[in-house]
Design a binder for this molecule. Structure first.
Ligand code: NAI
Length: 483
């Protein structure tokens, strides 16, 4: 790892490979590329200092360079310890004009296989702007809310005048690491986080779990700046979460294990947007897919889509593949894993690593963990039974594969870019609250992706538009429509 410059990545010599894949991705990301064209002259993000915390993949590289093309300065970290594609990170650090010997790109702090300490250090680096008056960003682009969390925790403890003691008051390993970062930063620069937060115009949040955190903070009255919920743009959650996972779930399972999926029994926990895509991909491979749900509506959907819906208890001893997609905690516990069959595959595609009880698994008397290859481990129980656990319980589509492909991320990231422009250029229109983008922008993002797929849209005639009560140019649906 190189440390001499204002970035930290695994290997700068991977930059040329990264650049080639970025160029291929650009063609597959018509949404981002047409936004670049549309706003090239206007430079709406001039003066923006964007801190990004989002999986540092090839697709994210195209997002970063789009923000830069619109005038922003950017600092970046990944939002997961396993999700960085090192060649993409190298290409971003080097930049289109630079070389590994003379990097000229964007300060990026990300590599595949960070420790928790390194992860939170990287997040802190992305939030620290040398030379900026407040020392921080004026915009956050988040995925899962970790950058937003660090700022909010910092402000909370500065207000209280004390950071909880990492040694005695931490609730988990990760919480201890966060408290250590805050203890150090608050000692170095008193009021660092309060000052930094005061200039942040807003955050745009990518995923279900991060959005959930934002609404909680807003309800509690602790949200410090406005937020746009990008996840609930239709062209995000109904596409990325569903079709993205339909692609990248089996990609992860295949690269990790190369096990034949056809004929196997697979259990998907949760039939939300992610679960729907995951179930479809496994069924398409010939697996017999079983769903678990707590929500009667989603359970009924799964049943009508033709899946068996039952409880883990019923199938834990017979299924071959288990994938959690709930965004909830404690879905597969150690006692469940103890009942699974030999070489059952266990993985998670939800945002955080608390869906599978990894700590409980590690605590089983006599259990032995062995690395098959990075992000693929067997856990051998005292009797000799082995389980295959993917990405140590972290999101396997990014840990074991490369996440979602470019075309679907072009939709998500077009929403991200539009949301950044909205919050940065119209702060007076967004008092502190959590917003979703207006439907006409959602429809715009979809429109930007039609040509590439050869879609010919039917044009509404004025009398028809009047008959159904919508403008000819849209929006075509009321806000309560669910797609
Ligand atoms: P969602 O809310 O649409 O779906 C989650 C489903 O899980 C809901 O239907 C809920 O009823 C169900 N559920 C909750 N607790 C359960 C339990 N104990 N047992 C069974 N089912 C349960 O959320 P969405 O959009 O599908 O996202 C799920 C997770 O995936 C989130 O953490 C999100 O941030 C993450 N995500 C990950 C992506 C990736 O690439 N790995 C992409 C998009 C989202």
């Amino acid at each position: 790892t190189s440390t001499t410059q204002d970035f930290k990545v695994a290997d700068l010599s991977l930059a040329a490979f990264g650049r080639k894949e970025i160029q291929l991705a650009e063609h597959e990301m018509p949404g981002l590329m047409s936004i670049r064209e549309e706003f090239a002259a206007q430079q709406p993000l001039a003066g923006a200092r964007v801190t990004g915390s989002l999986h540092m993949t090839v697709q994210t590289a195209v997002l970063i360079e789009t923000l830069v093309a619109l005038g922003a300065q950017v600092r970046w970290a990944s939002c997961n310890i396993f999700s960085t594609q090192d060649h993409a990170a190298a290409a971003i650090a080097v930049g289109p004009e630079g070389t590994p010997e003379s990097p000229q790109g964007v300060p990026v702090f990300a590599w595949k296989g960070e420790t928790l300490e390194e992860y939170w250090w990287c997040t802190e680096q992305a939030l620290t702007w040398p030379g900026a008056e407040t020392g921080g960003p004026n915009m956050i682009l988040d995925d899962g809310g970790d950058a937003t969390l660090l700022v909010h925790k910092g402000v909370e403890y500065e207000k209280a005048g004390v950071v909880p003691d990492p040694a005695t008051e931490a609730e988990s390993d990760e919480h201890r690491v966060i408290l250590e970062v805050l203890t150090r930063t608050v000692a170095d620069t008193p009021q660092k986080w309060t000052q930094l937060a005061s200039e942040i115009r807003g955050v745009t949040e990518e995923t279900t779990t991060g959005v959930h955190r934002l609404y909680e903070m807003h309800t509690a009255g602790s949200l410090l700046f406005p937020a746009i919920n990008v996840n609930d743009a239709v062209t995000k959650s109904k596409f990325d979460n569903k079709y993205g996972c339909r692609h990248s779930l089996i990609d992860g399972i295949n690269r990790a294990t190369d096990v034949l999926i056809g004929g196997k029994t697979a259990v998907i926990f949760g039939y939300g947007d992610v679960g729907k895509g995951c179930a479809e991909s496994l069924r398409a491979q010939g697996a017999r897919v079983i769903i678990t749900e707590i929500d009667p509506i989603c359970a009924l959907q799964a049943a009508m889509d033709g899946y068996q819906v039952t409880t883990l208890d019923e199938v834990v001893e017979t299924a071959d593949i288990f994938v959690t997609t709930t965004g909830n905690k404690d879905i597969i516990m150690a006692k469940d894993m103890a009942r699974m069959k030999h070489q059952a595959i266990v993985g998670n595609i939800g945002h955080f690593d608390n869906e599978i009880d990894m700590a409980g698994l590690a605590a089983i008397d006599g259990i032995v963990k062995d690395e098959v290859k990075p992000q693929v481990h067997t856990w051998t129980f005292p009797g000799g039974k082995k389980l295959i656990v993917l990405s140590e319980g972290r999101l396997l589509n990014l840990g074991n594969a490369t996440g979602h492909p470019s075309f679907v991320m072009s939709n998500s990231f077009a929403n991200q870019t539009i949301a950044q422009i909205e919050l940065f250029t119209k702060p007076e229109e967004y008092p502190t609250d959590v917003y979703v983008l207006p439907k006409h922008l959602d429809e715009k993002v979809a429109r930007l992706h039609l040509d590439a797929l050869g879609v010919k849209l039917t044009e509404l005639r004025p009398e028809q538009a009047a008959y159904i009560g919508v403008p000819v140019e849209g929006p075509y649906k009321p806000d309560h429509y669910r797609y």
